[in-house]
Design a protein around this ligand. Sequence first.
Ligand SMILES: Cc1cc2nc3c(=O)[nH]c(=O)nc-3n(C[C@H](O)[C@H](O)[C@H](O)COP(=O)(O)O)c2cc1C
Length: 302
Amino acid sequence: MVDSAVALGRLSLRSPLIAAAGTVGSVYDFADVDAFRVYGAAVAKSVSHAPWPGRLAPRVASAGEGMLNGIGIQNPGIDQWRTDMPDLSALPVPVWGSAAGTDAAEFALVAKGLAAEGVQAIEVNLSCPNLEEGTMFALNPAAAGEVVGAVRAATDLPLGAKLSPNSEDIVAVARAATEAGADFVVLTNTVWGMGIDLETRAPKLSGVVGGYSGPPLKPIALRCVWEVAAALDVPIVGCGGIRSGTDVVEFLMAGASAVELGTVHFAEPRAGKRILRETEAWCRQAGIGSLRELTGMAHGRE
Ligand SMILES: Cc1cc2nc3c(=O)[nH]c(=O)nc-3n(C[C@H](O)[C@H](O)[C@H](O)COP(=O)(O)O)c2cc1C
């Protein structure tokens, strides 16, 4: 028997697997999917204060082993989101909210709405466009800290800062987010990418540049986890390209306490069951009794 329960700061999760924002429908769509029972949590798609219309089609495209998306964080706004959401306590998995915004005050308003709806934790999606600078909050430690600080002042819930692999210095952004009150960091969101459609001779996405996710992201996200774990004492959720139990083991050994599954859900909506089974099988074979033992195991062996 392998003990799959993990701790993430002050949160206890029954499993290290978390369904990543935007990749499991709106969470409540999956209320009947038994497969959710193997997840420690599921993150709802990011929501802003007012509705965001999102980008025009095409908004997703395949690109090699990965996937491009340029959804533009389409969402109905926090008020409608709350109206649409069923009773969260009736779902088979703890639900986290994901806050989006264009300034710190908007993030704080959204966080208040998410907390009122009864989410277990809040992710702060720092890959949102910062209206002042015209680029992502996640690229600038001060801007990231300002947003996390505003959300921290708005709620006592566990807070995760979701960072970007496009950051020049991921440790500096993680440090700013932690100092501003984040309980954990999520490493990472998608990396910028693009593709050209040879038939139409046009960019594959209407927004030209979008987020690249899936297996090719794994080494990049793993590097982010490694660097932050080596430099800071903050709980980490690894995310990027995970599609097998051994991928999970790698992220835990690099320093993560839990992991998020994203793109794998599009090809295999019930991937969590298989991936947890594979993770536990690896541990049994390696003589590991608890997944918690794996966190950070590779450090000191370089
Ligand atoms: C179609 C799509 C929509 C996404 N929407 C969100 C979102 O609303 N908020 C967010 O923080 N991340 C969003 N993401 C990023 C994922 O949560 C995840 O961080 C990323 O895809 C990397 O993990 P993966 O390689 O396992 O997919 C989205 C990803 C995809 C592919």
